[in-house]
Design a protein around this ligand. Sequence first.
Ligand SMILES: *Cc1c(COP(=O)(O)O)cnc(C)c1O
Length: 257
Amino acid sequence: MLYPQAETPAEVAANLAAIRERMARACARAGRDPAGVRLLPVSKTVDQARIRFAHAAGYRAFGENKVQEVQLKQPQMADLGDVEWIVIGHLQTNKAKVVARLASEFQALDSLRLAEALEQRLRHEQRQLDVLVQINTSDEPSKYGLHPDVAASFIQQLQQFPSLRVKGLMTLAIQSADPERVRACFVRLRQLRDRLLPDLPAGMRLDELSMGMSGDFEIAIEEGATVVRVGQAVFGARALPHHHYWPSQQLPEEQVL
Ligand SMILES: *Cc1c(COP(=O)(O)O)cnc(C)c1O
């Protein structure tokens, strides 16, 4: 699929409007209220000048896959005063400090070691952080995210970390040309959420299902997404393919970055 580069405020605004229109149609098909689905523009590799076009179109929160980019862009855009950074990619524990300081939400929580590092740093910053637990719904063994079978015990253990406000689940669907294989991943996430709800610890919520990207957000909405993370359809194609960001062969962390 081709995503032309959006180089002007009007082009970015038009892309955002077109995506919202497609989101509304998907909501209508599923009998859902469009107000129940957030559009999170994903700004990884996009420079601050073009992110400002989305801000001018009314968007305040931006998804970034790598904390290094948040560290770079946060000060560049601090003058706007109301920008929120949502980290959606795998995080090394040694970068927990940056997320604790600069992110408004973290969508890729998938280890207790990381939860503990975030807790420590958040206490230091005297703040709390909204988190989503990332689940591997595609049966690809090396993709990031927890196996659905361990999600229940993982969530029970998160009670040790009161600075983390658990809000929901996140997943990446399988990369497949077959929409029904993609849909199966989204169904798996929703059904897992429904199974987890009865034993959910007090104070935690699983209202949020973050699923769907440029190529599959309509299917995700049909299956219950409350947040879609859309990059290329907003800003244009990226130079690097998806597997640069979530390798299908597990590489040492240095190489992943
Ligand atoms: C880049 C990214 C997206 C958005 O992908 P697009 O193809 O640009 O829509 C969504 N989720 C995660 C975790 C990403 O890294």
